[in-house]
Design a protein around this ligand. Structure first.
Ligand code: BES
Ligand code: ZN
Ligand code: MG
Length: 513
């Protein structure tokens, strides 16, 4: 994968850089930077735009070759449409497209102006920091590539005419913006790095990314940060803590389970948050084996674990004033002679007995032990993230997760963070009456709901709610958005890295209060 950097830079006329991007709007006159370049190019830019008004709405780049009239070889005009319609997401996409477009053009440095804007559509606070962050975030996120297993990298890059964009400059026009942009960019570099850690863990082959590998990664990536502590519950410690659900799900696998605990305790904090992430490093379904067509992406079933660990790392690196604990139960769900069977009963750390109706509903089992353990920290909030149900993808597709919660403040905060990061969330109701569907004839509760899978995402959420006591809690079903078969302006095919930005934004806002 290619290394990219971004820096804030004071704008100078006839800026010294290979390519300059000039955003234009359809409802506002062009800024002074545009006018500078228009003058250097003998009005070529304004004439083209006057003759082709649609270019102000055209989100692809219109390229101008400058033939030594400016220091930049290329000027790319991009239409952003109406300024009043502008959003953080559009800026993020512009950043992403700026990377991909110039990566194919033998260009190693590009400049993007810090767009000055009073009101963005998807945030209440249209600040310099947020604009700077969105532009840079898109650019840096787009540079990810999972090529660890490509043996002919260089040749392929040449074939794809991919060249190295190494640097992006965010051009600023006054000193105050310079400082703010510098800070925003530093935060983005940290966040994107950790999004990419999640992407690597999810994209990694499941026989490499085992529970043990997850534990080693947590140690390597987090343990050396200030105020952090990593604890690993291995099989023995899981037994000691009666975490029989984690043990039960993993008993069919040759790879031992691990509960990874990553704590970040800064010197000053007012709130304690526990984030719990499902870490099924491979979900074959177990004895209820999944068929072909469903097995191929099940290496992504540890996304929740990857996200919570990367979020702790991010919080530590950004020095956020919140106490944050990640609990990541990591197991492999495999069929074998020793595997859990439908009809079995497990009694985990909570003491509740659980009848196994289907070994493929394993996520809620391992989460039950971890959610119960979360109370140890007497947290203000518990949030779990899990690729829990296929039903969630049926309901909301691949661009949105489902949130379920017993607390309105938490719902509002996560919804706001979802809007600002464009990591979309949508609430599903925890309908009490559906609890009937998870009643068991022989145990306290069972791990599947109604016969035809009615409201499967909600009954999974209701199951989890049985293990959080009275704590303020939210369940986030991320089955859809963690993986993509398409790619977009700033995500590639495969793991999207969804979740880290959502959680980080939530924590930043929370710690600002
Ligand atoms: N990991 C799956 C959920 C999933 C399915 C995520 C497809 C992404 C894509 C989970 O462990 C699972 O298998 N859930 C079952 C639950 C059912 C047996 C009650 C499901 O959704 O089919
Ligand atoms: Zn699963
Ligand atoms: Mg399963």
């Amino acid at each position: 994968m290619q290394k990219v950097t971004a820096i804030a830079k004071r704008y100078t006329k006839n800026h010294d850089i290979e390519a300059v991007i000039l955003p234009v709007f359809s409802d506002e006159k062009d800024d002074s930077m545009f006018q500078d370049y228009d003058a250097l190019l003998n009005k070529q830019l304004s004439q083209t735009l006057d003759e082709n008004k649609f270019l102000r709405e055209d989100t692809t780049f219109t390229l101008f070759y400058t033939n030594k009239k400016t220091k930049a070889k290329l000027i790319a005009v991009v239409g952003l449409g109406k300024k009043e319609e502008l959003s953080l997401e559009k800026l993020r996409q512009l950043g992403g497209k700026s990377f991909s477009y110039f990566a194919e053009k033998n260009i190693s440095s590009v400049a993007l102006p810090l767009i000055s804007i009073k009101k963005l559509k998807d945030t209440d606070e249209s600040t310099t920091e947020k604009v700077a962050r969105a532009l840079t975030e898109g650019f840096m996120l787009a540079a990810y590539d999972y090529d660890q297993f490509k043996t002919k990298k260089e040749k392929e890059d040449k074939e794809k005419k991919k060249q190295k964009i190494a640097a992006m400059q965010l051009l600023v026009f006054n000193e105050a913006d310079f400082q703010k942009s510098q800070q925003a960019i530093a935060a983005v570099a940290t966040i994107v790095n950790n999004v990419n850690l999640v992407r690597d863990l999810i994209n990694g082959p499941p026989s490499i990314v085992t529970p043990e590998y997850m534990a080693q990664t947590a140690k390597k990536e987090i343990a050396n940060k200030p105020y952090t502590k990593i604890t690993i519950f291995d099989k023995k410690l899981l037994e000691k803590n009666k975490m029989n659900c984690i043990l039960g799900v993993s008993q069919g696998s040759v790879n031992e389970p691990k509960l990874i605990i990553a704590e970040y305790t800064p010197p000053k904090y007012t709130k304690t948050i526990v984030i719990v992430g499902k870490g099924v490093t491979y979900d074959s379904g177990g004895i209820n084996l999944k068929p072909t067509g469903y097995l191929e992406t099940m290496k992504d079933d540890m996304s929740g674990a990857a996200i919570v660990l990367a979020t702790v790392k991010t919080a530590a690196e950004l020095k956020l004033p919140v106490k944050l604990v990640a609990l990541a139960p990591c197991v492999e769900n495999m069929p074998s002679g020793s595997a859990l069977k439908p009809g079995d009963v497990l009694v985990g750390a909570s003491g509740k007995s659980i009848e196994i109706g289907n070994t493929d509903a394993e996520g809620r089992l391992i989460l039950s032990d971890a959610l119960h353990y979360a109370a140890t920290y007497k947290p203000d909030y518990i949030i779990d993230l899990a690729t829990l149900t296929g039903a969630c993808i049926v309901a909301l597709g691949n661009l949105c997760c489902a949130i379920m919660s017993n607390n309105d403040t938490l719902k509002q905060a996560i919804t706001k963070a979802g809007k600002e990061t464009n990591e979309k969330v949508w609430e599903l109701p925890l309908i009490e009456e559906y609890k009937d569907d998870i009643k068991s004839d022989i145990a306290d509760i069972k791990n599947i709901g109604a016969g035809k899978g009615e409201a499967g995402t909600i009954t999974a959420g209701l199951f989890l709610s049985e293990f959080v006591g009275d704590y303020k809690w939210m369940h986030i079903d991320i089955a859809g958005p963690v993986w993509t078969t398409k790619g977009s302006a700033y995500t590639q095919k495969g793991a999207t890295g969804y979740g880290v930005r959502l959680m980080t934004q939530f924590l930043i806002e929370l710690s600002a209060k």
